[in-house]
Design a binder for this molecule. Sequence first.
Ligand code: SF4
Length: 236
Amino acid sequence: MIIKEIKVKTILSASKVYDWVINPYVGCRHACSYCYARFMKRFSGHKEPWGEFVDVKTNAADLLRVEITKKKRGRVWVSGVCDPYQPLEAKYKVTRKCLEILAQNNWPVIIQTRSPLVLRDIDMLKEMQALEVGLSITTADDDVRKLFEPGTPPIEDRIKALDELHKAGIKTYAMIAPMLPGADGLVELLKGKIDYLLIDRMNYHYADWVYRKYGFEDKLTDAFFQQTRQKLAMLT
Ligand code: SF4
């Protein structure tokens, strides 16, 4: 695992999904097999496999403190091409420091993570006025999770995190993307823990080999997607 501390030139970037996006890290230790963000290797010049390098943007908060005074207030997505609460965040707190600045300036924030480490910041998150926290959860079956995303925290821990955040009065959502085998079981697990659900049929082709290796090819079909989406619609 290659970890580098780097200085970047900007941190608050325009986003096509929300108004702005902050990526506190380059790379992601979670190393999901289907991860679309691996295109970042091209831009960062990394030759290591996806998940085997992380650059830590140590000057992110310093930049944000300045950029937030110069850019138009808008919704900020944390994060787009890395997990803001991947394991290194426990040590570096780059995400935490950026969120503090966004909170002080009262900018609306959408956090998206696969990690219950987000609970570390719950006291601050509770005080933020316009905040949504989403946990990405792709299946209810932790054995399936281990096949596709062995570097991520267990499903049970993510469900508990959603529950705790929701009970704390924070607006929560679950992001199901990609929809892995066993995703329909999330109806029971998520009930009463989220304000809304996002389902995105992403391009899975990076993980085709996992589907083939474990005989899940039928879970790549339109029929599987539509049936599972119908079941999950009970949550909305
Ligand atoms: S947590 Fe997100 S950014 Fe990180 S490897 Fe998984 S899909 Fe990619």
